[in-house]
Design a protein around this ligand. Sequence first.
Ligand code: B4P
Length: 332
Amino acid sequence: MTLTSADVLSSLENKYEDARETGDLIFFPSEQIVKHEEDGIQYEIRVCTALKNKASVTTANNEVTESKKPNPFAPPYNEKLYIGDMYDAEEDLYYAVLLNKFSVVPHHFLLVTKEFRPQTSPLLPSELYMTYSLLLAARKQGKNYLAFYNCGPQSGASQPHKHVQFIDAEDGIPPIERLARTTQLEVADRPFSLRRLSYANHVRRLPDLSLASPTEVADKISMAYVSLLDLVISTIRYDPTYPSGPPSYNMVLTLEHMHLIPRRWEEYTMPESGKKQNVNALGFAGMLLVKSDEELEAVKKETVSKILHGVGVESVHDIEVAGTSLEAAEDE
Ligand code: B4P
């Protein structure tokens, strides 16, 4: 039997508690979430020192070495982490929904393709529809979820099997989404850029699709995605030193906006210590993760803006706007 989006959202809490109790899911508690303001943006820096032990926890859990690691997103699934299958009747495609085995935020879950598809590949209309329908089901149940996709070798992804992730933003609006929501647009259904940010970013405001048919949702979300992906590729092409291989970018999706951010590097190297700071899509939602107070101080000193600029790509929005009929947007 397959699950609807509403079924998935309803069963999350019990499945999560059960998997935690049996030790199949490992929760890493955070000490604090620090609000850190730069350029009028309130970034959130999560301090989770427990994650420092992630490597030893996975070894203790009998996880095997990197080269022999089995694919955790291919069946047979760990029954405790497996919420169920979803089916897209329009496209005749199946998906599995799994709890994140290494949760920093409770109820963090993943939508994974049933058949192997690479994480370097663009999202298909069916995948975008499923993602949107899960966000909508969450909203209908009074929950405030955010979806993200780390695509490509420099995006912060560690698993090659295609997966979209979902976390509960609880009462908060992610900092970059807050900036998008307060942006006045001259034309609502065209890509725009948040100019206050130090790196290339491409955003689309989404219409209310809560009453739309599955085909209409798939069409509208895919059109938004393709228009932003075009801009990601165009931005990368302006950079002659961009690393070879498939393009890397992060997608952050709410019911209100889709954000695509081209990526140049997976990690930022702190100039003083030489230590690496890993950034994934959540970093580009304005939610960063550090594993010690020392890392927190280093991030604040270096500035979030510089770190995101360092792992992102230079904005060429003005050139892109001049070359097309895109509308520029004013922040606030
Ligand atoms: P990826 O797209 O490959 O990469 P990621 O989210 O950056 O997580 P990564 O694995 O690199 O973990 P990290 O130590 O940086 O996502 C793979 C997902 O699959 C991850 O969520 C992973 O935990 C999960 N997974 C791996 N093995 C699994 C298995 N056997 N079964 C089920 N799920 C499995 O970060 C640790 C955690 O913190 C990650 O969950 C990450 O998403 C999360 N995180 C990072 N930044 C955060 C932030 N600012 N706020 C809250 N959580 C954050």
